[in-house]
Design a protein around this ligand. Structure first.
Ligand SMILES: [Zn+2]
Length: 329
């Protein structure tokens, strides 16, 4: 069960505006929620549907217990219709089916909600059908249109809806979502810091790359600070082979940067929210063996190395040079 308060943590700007409209009983009949995947558009839409149907709400907050709320939670409320692309697009027949369904259902219940995800994927004829629907609502209707690409939507549809732009999901929310999808906590947190969306995560993680890179990088840094002669073997045998593509090279350096940042945070006693939290004891041990100045200078070196990456770079040389400078700092 999510409350409006929970949702406000994810969308601190959008949610109070919606809550205020609900409290004042001033909902308009069509909303357009625009925002990245994972920004909470569907959660907010379903919560609005609950507030719309619940008869026992307190302020804007639905009771989450009544039959209306329960049916919404179970995804089988008869007066909520959800539409998503059938294959690559939302087709005219899908919108027409919705209209018929509502015309029929309307006899039993006056209020209706429809939620259309990826509304930008409507065919032109589907969009025209929807337009008619938006212009001639039959009875109290709440249309919730969701899109990741609002700019690709017909201006006629945009102009008939109230637009709410959702802010991109926070790293914490992104990591939590990755964990829900089955990634381990330590990997989810790291991925949430090096990737910006789930598509990118899937690309990066092909062949379990992130997990391997994470463990080799941890070994490399441990050796660099405790027995550097081993670090160069690990570099050649394990680290460089993982950095075949330019993107992997960037990610490899990003990971080193994030690890050094964790090391610095450990040195200054700021250990909440470490990205490599499962390696806290290693970080604590190494934090004592080097200075804060040295670690922050090493971070700059990693950033410099990242800037030097280009198509012709010899990654072995870049990494060797980098390890050498980190050792010297
Ligand atoms: Zn309720």
């Amino acid at each position: 069960m999510r409350t409006w308060k929970d949702l406000q943590e994810i969308q601190p700007r959008v949610v109070p505006m919606l809550v205020s409209s609900i409290k004042k009983n001033r909902l308009t009949h069509a909303y357009l929620f625009e925002g990245e995947a994972g920004s909470g558009k569907m959660d907010v839409a379903l919560q609005m549907a609950k507030s719309f149907f619940c008869k026992e709400q307190t302020g804007a907050e639905p009771c989450h217990r009544c039959v209306e709320c329960k049916r919404i939670d179970h995804g089988n409320h008869p007066d909520i219709h959800r539409i998503a692309p059938d294959g690559a697009s939302i087709k005219k027949e899908q919108i027409e089916f919705l209209q018929k369904e509502f015309a029929y259902r309307g006899m039993e219940s006056a209020s209706k909600v429809y939620v259309v995800s990826h509304v930008d994927k409507m065919t032109i004829s589907a969009a025209n059908s929807l337009l008619k629907f938006l212009e001639e609502p039959q009875g109290p209707t709440l249309a919730l249109l969701l899109t990741e690409q609002g700019s690709q939507l017909l201006p006629t549809i945009r102009s008939r809806t109230q637009l709410f732009s959702f802010t991109p999901p926070s790293r914490e929310a992104f990591a939590a979502r990755l964990e829900e999808k089955g990634y381990s906590k330590q990997l989810a947190v790291l991925l949430a810091h090096i990737a910006s969306n789930e598509t990118e995560v899937a690309q990066i993680n092909e062949g379990d790359w992130t997990s391997q890179a994470r463990s080799v990088m941890l070994q490399l840094m441990q050796e660099l600070y405790t027995r550097p002669e081993h670090a160069y073997v690990t570099l050649t045998d394990k680290w460089v082979p993982l950095l075949k593509e330019r993107r992997q090279q960037e990610l490899g350096l990003d990971m080193m940067f994030l690890w050094l940042k964790d090391l610095l945070y450990t040195q200054v006693g700021k250990q909440d929210g470490l990205i490599f939290a499962s390696n806290q004891s290693q970080l604590e041990q190494l934090a004592l063996s080097t200075s804060q100045l040295s670690v922050s200078q090493s971070m700059s070196k990693v950033m410099e190395a990242r800037k030097q990456l280009n198509a012709n770079v010899n990654i072995q040389l870049v990494m060797e040079k980098l390890l050498l400078t980190i050792r010297e700092e």
